[in-house]
Write a protein that binds this ligand. Structure first.
Ligand SMILES: Cc1cc2nc3c(=O)[nH]c(=O)nc-3n(C[C@H](O)[C@H](O)[C@H](O)COP(=O)(O)O)c2cc1C
Length: 422
């Protein structure tokens, strides 16, 4: 995956030789299945309705001179929302056992396939597993993002998917459910059976609740291709990198930790009110606030491939802490005021310099797909932990890759950055 990473780095020159966007080819942000697939309105009071709203429901509207724009519970690079959410429900009250697509715009489901007793999307796992009451599949329609960001967009699709996983984790936390992430499954078969063709990339599955101890086989399903972006221009760099990413090397599973100490009502409030901050006041935060945010980032994660990921933090304004470059465990690596440099490294975005702290996530490319998903999930925890404390946060996907790595003195790729503060 090193090759894809290197091919898509930002340099001072590359961002200035910019590619324009073709507005005639602007992709759509919602995928709609046609009426042959029955719409299934969800009872507004049901737990599943709330679960989906907390995961990726529409939570705000933004009005621009050109129109109105919906923002969601999950953040997205450039608000382009490449991710789609599918779910398999089994034994849930009032719902036919089946595979559904979730439409964030209406809050409804569409029934895509009714499950036979022995069928389940658990059958796509590399190792046959037991059946669950609720399984989610997150995919990414990459052109929604590559229209603007070119080949670098695959990074954003992975991070966005990770954020959505993090939003699902929070939804599960609010409802007292357990959830577990599956990154190793037969992606090619899912792409074929769901009719995704080369346009929609299956990223990750999430199982919720306890297994039923019943083995299932993959569904006998052959869904038609439905375009989720309207226009589409293929990107061979993205498609071949994604194919390669599916073949992961050995890695260890992770176990769930405790990212949030807040009660379910407070966390639900935070989920529904989370936004990306656009500018900071420049006022400091306390050490306690700083530590709470980093605690959420460091908590364990139930995932089948838990790649190690390192955090570096540029502390700009934290009361009682010397400004400098820190490791995620709070160890000061170099003291000094690096705030201006941090802003420059984040592609000259003031967010990086005016924050209380700017975090850089670093890992190696061995298992790039699960690693990037994990980086996005940690990003979502940093957003929600900040929101719970009344602080602002923003993801920063655009940075000068090599210059950040040089500053951090690491040979590993820089995956993602986030800024938080007040
Ligand atoms: C992976 C990722 C990368 C992002 N990169 C940037 C960035 O470089 N600069 C920025 O101002 N916002 C960035 N954002 C924030 C998005 O612009 C924001 O999520 C989107 O506009 C939706 O707004 P909301 O988060 O308030 O719902 C990023 C978000 C994500 C998830």
């Amino acid at each position: 995956m090193d090759a894809y990473y290197r091919q898509t780095i930002h340099t001072w020159q590359s961002v200035r030789s910019g590619r324009g966007m073709d507005w005639d080819l602007q992709p759509k942000v919602f995928k709609y299945y046609p009426h042959e697939f029955a719409p299934v309105p969800l009872d507004q009071l049901s737990a599943l309705h709330d679960f989906l709203q907390y995961s990726c429901g529409l939570t705000a509207k933004k009005v621009y001179p050109g129109g109105t724009y919906s923002l969601r519970a999950n953040p997205s690079a450039g608000a382009l929302y490449p991710c789609e959410l599918y779910l398999q429900a089994r034994g849930l009250p009032g719902l036919t056992g089946g595979i559904y697509h979730f439409e964030p715009s209406s809050g409804n489901l569409r029934l895509l396939h009714t499950l036979a007793a022995e069928e389940g999307i658990e059958g796509y796992y590399n190792s046959a597993d037991t059946a669950y009451d609720l399984v989610l599949l997150i995919s990414a329609i990459y052109y929604r993002s590559s229209w603007k960001y070119g080949s670098r967009a695959l990074r954003y699709c992975l991070l966005d998917s990770g954020h959505l996983m993090g939003a699902v984790e929070a939804a599960a936390w609010i409802q007292g459910r357990s959830c577990s992430l599956v990154t190793r499954f037969n992606r090619k078969q899912v792409q074929d059976d769901f009719g995704f063709e080369n346009q929609e990339l299956p990223m990750v599955m999430v199982t919720c609740g306890e297994g039923r101890g019943q083995q299932v086989v993959r569904p006998d399903m052959n869904l038609p291709f439905i375009s989720g972006s309207g226009s589409f221009v293929g990107d061979p760099v993205i498609e071949s990198a994604f194919q390669e990413m599916g073949e992961s090397s050995e890695c260890r599973p992770g176990t769930a930790g405790t990212p949030y100490t807040a009660g379910p009502n407070d966390l639900a409030e935070a989920v529904l009110h989370r936004r990306s901050i656009r500018s900071f006041t420049g006022k400091p935060i306390t050490v306690d606030e700083f530590e709470k945010v980093l605690h959420a980032a460091a908590a364990g994660l139930a995932i089948d491939c838990d790649e190690p990921l390192r955090l570096f933090v540029v502390v700009n304004r934290v009361e009682g802490m010397e400004p400098g470059l820190y490791s995620g465990d709070g160890h000061c690596r170099r003291s000094g005021d690096f705030s201006q440099l941090a802003g420059y490294l984040c592609l000259e975005q003031a967010l990086g310099s005016e924050s209380a702290a700017t975090v850089f996530l670093v890992g190696d490319c061995r298992n790039y797909l699960p690693l990037m998903l994990k980086a996005g999930l940690i990003g979502q925890r940093i957003y929600l932990a900040s929101t719970l404390l009344g602080l602002g946060c923003s993801g920063i996907g655009a940075f000068y890759d090599q210059e950040v790595a040089d500053f951090l003195e690491t040979d590993n790729p820089v995956l993602y950055a986030l800024a938080f503060g007040r």
